[in-house]
Design a protein around this ligand. Structure first.
Ligand SMILES: [Zn+2]
Length: 188
């Protein structure tokens, strides 16, 4: 049973299979995805600290062990997707991967976020690996491609992979974010 919290969009939601080896383990609005492999798993996005018990319970409910999560990714270093990364790192023991532009935000606990740094901070987390554009993350026969798509956050990252759904090859895209927050200017 996951304790309730008061954050809208951060309420428990049933963990479920999306397709092939990709599962939804996030809250009712703040998304987190589990990609499983025989050599360990990948989790994309941590949500808030209060999302982490939802993610952990979801992984267990699907029959997987949170301690088998080896890689922790984020699509954008905004508080509503990474404030829980330190807690998720503790629960899973996974390595934190981030783009070069978003890594300092994670490591400062949000203080270096140019948009939200004055309003929203959270426990900092050490980034173990900097992701470059085009980098392939390989684990247990699964390859996840890194595509830097800056804009929504400076280091906003989109991930793609290919899955085998009972013989059907499907391209999967985890969009990092496309909207622009109020007060953010691309240039000048
Ligand atoms: Zn955002």
């Amino acid at each position: 049973m996951v304790a309730q919290n008061n954050i809208p969009g951060n309420q428990p939601f049933p963990a479920h299979k999306v397709v092939a080896n990709i599962y939804y383990v996030g809250a009712d609005d703040f998304t987190s995805y589990l990609t499983t492999t025989p050599a360990g798993h990948i989790v994309l996005n941590a949500g808030y600290a209060e999302t982490v018990p939802i993610i952990e319970a979801g992984i267990r409910k699907l029959g997987f062990n949170p301690r088998d999560v080896k890689v922790l990714l984020n699509g954008q270093a905004h508080f509503d997707h990474v404030a829980g990364m330190a807690a998720l790192q503790k629960v899973t023991g996974g390595k934190v991967y981030s783009s070069e532009r978003d890594a300092p935000v994670l490591e400062s606990g949000g203080v270096k976020d140019p948009r939200w740094g004055k309003e929203q901070t959270y426990p900092p987390v050490k980034v173990d690996h900097i992701l470059c554009d085009g980098e392939k993350i390989t684990l247990g026969g699964v390859t996840v491609h890194t595509r830097l798509t800056p804009g929504h956050s400076m280091g906003c990252t989109t991930f793609t992979t290919t899955v085998d759904d009972k013989g059907r090859k499907l391209e999967v895209v985890f969009l990092g974010g496309t909207s622009i927050n109020p007060g953010v200017h691309f240039v000048g």
